[in-house]
Design a protein around this ligand. Structure first.
Ligand code: SF4
Length: 299
């Protein structure tokens, strides 16, 4: 099969010389959009486990060693310690250091990845991450989802596009790679929004993008909208269509780190196709082939 976009696995293989996998960690953080610092209740689609539905909040070192001692530890020789849940830079700096150190307990760990919000990036955090860069490859995942600030306000994002730009620039300056998340079919999104979002991130120095289909999970504000009939998720074929468009408009050098959401089966409300990752990937690849699209063709 001809590869029509940049695969994250290939990027890691090139960087580390072999297959490199993530160890997902719940660092026990919260989020300023939940604890009242900038909002309460969180983003309307965000679940009670803070976008890391498959991790378990236990001792950090234990999470890593449990992972590496299980069958998953034999699937590669190199691993990324990936702090996934909530805002993993939202704590006093000494706590951050303690938490990150507790994850770096095995020689097979070659990288540190931190998922957070743009408004939780500041020079103190960047300076701490720079220390880890001496020994590890470090990258930061920033939520963004959309460049339409009205849509963002509506799902209660709680930070501005300018906050996002500031965080990206601060990380760029320290040579820390940035991966960002964008979401397809957010509530009240206009047709042109997703392409505007792609253009917006094309204009920044971004290493990678995670493309998510918006899905509804239990006990979220989005579930309420869905139950009231005010929000309807996309059908699979419409999602595939939009992803093809995104790929064709995305800068050729950006790595696609995810191409669909990873809906947790136990709390997924809709759409049901979201749990069939392989089917979604195959459908996207077939469509790219059919339309003869390569990443960045339509810029
Ligand atoms: S910023 Fe992230 S963790 Fe916080 S509420 Fe929104 S999606 Fe959830």
């Amino acid at each position: 099969m001809i590869k029509r976009y940049n695969y994250f696995n290939d990027y890691l293989k090139q960087k580390f010389g072999e297959r490199t996998l993530k160890v997902c960690i719940d660092g026990g953080f919260t989020c300023p959009n939940r604890d009242g610092k900038c909002g309460v209740g969180g983003c309307s689609f965000c679940g009670e486990r803070g976008s890391g539905e498959n991790t378990k909040n236990i001792d950090i070192s234990k999470q890593v060693t449990n992972h590496l001692n299980s069958y998953r530890g034999s699937r590669a020789n190199k691993f990324i310690a990936y702090f996934q849940n909530f805002s993993s830079t939202y704590a006093p700096i000494e706590i951050l250091k303690q938490k990150y150190d507790s994850a770096l307990v095995d020689d097979r760990i070659v990288a540190l990845a931190i998922a957070t919000r743009p408004d939780c990036i500041n020079s103190e955090v960047v300076n701490l991450l720079k220390e880890y860069q001496k020994k590890y490859y470090v990258y930061v995942e920033l939520g963004f989802q959309t460049s339409n600030e009205n849509v963002a306000k509506n799902f209660n994002r709680g930070y501005s596009n300018q906050d996002f730009i500031n965080a990206v620039k601060l990380l760029n300056k320290a040579n820390i790679d940035v991966v960002t998340h964008i979401m397809v079919e957010l509530p009240f999104e206009e047709k042109t929004d997703i392409m505007n979002t792609v253009k917006f991130i094309n204009n920044l120095k971004i290493m990678g993008v995670k493309i998510h289909s918006t899905y509804i999970i239990k006990n979220t504000k989005l579930e309420k909208l869905y139950n009231e009939g005010s929000y309807k998720p996309l059908e699979l074929e419409d999602y595939v269509d939009k992803v093809c468009e995104i790929i064709s408009h995305l800068n050729k050098d950006i790595i696609i780190c995810r191409i669909t959401g990873d809906a947790p089966k136990d709390i997924l409300v809709a759409p049901s196709w979201n749990t069939h990752k392989k089917i979604i990937l195959n459908a996207i690849n077939r469509e790219l082939e059919k339309r003869n699209i390569f990443q960045g063709d339509n810029i």
